[in-house]
Design a protein around this ligand. Sequence first.
Ligand SMILES: [Zn+2]
Length: 209
Amino acid sequence: MVFESLVEKVVSRIQEELDTTFEVEASGRHIHLSQEALDHLFGPGYQLTKAKDLSQPGQYACEERLTLVGPRGSFQNVVILGPVRSASQVEVSATDCLTLGVKAPIRESGDINGSPGFVLVNGTRSLSVDQGLIVAKRHVHMTPEDAAKAGVSNHEIVQVQVYGERPLIFDDVVIRVSPQFATYMHIDYDEANAAGFKKGMRGRILKKN
Ligand SMILES: [Zn+2]
């Protein structure tokens, strides 16, 4: 009987762990394009070619790659994520900024007002965009159900403990809630390296108050 109750305890503990933690994904540098930018770089009416679905429903990595050019350095083969958006945007890490020679602000995706511009190159075609270079603010995408379970709301700032090889607590993590989302945390490669990231790493929200 004692053994049975111990097993039950362990099982309910494991279930609780799964309920309250989520997978953390590391995002490399990537490009979002408007249809206008796509037309300019690939030709009028060009359609992106899906290479791989991402964890967020409807989002995908494309076959097409571009060169991202900064004042000091550049990156080749930067992946484009689809579908097209209303405004072009490039997300890089703080380390990438040093290579490019430009200082990008830490922003939520889509919040690009006043951010630096960038240059994209596809073979002989190039496009200069006057704003949209950002370092993505670390965030947790959540379904409304998971947000309710965790007791957090859209745009709330929390801490997240991650269980990598170098466990750490990220502060200043923004919660983003939408029925369009699947529940995953997104960090960049600088943050992933700091945490000893491996695929499948999980995180847990620590409420600040
Ligand atoms: Zn994300």
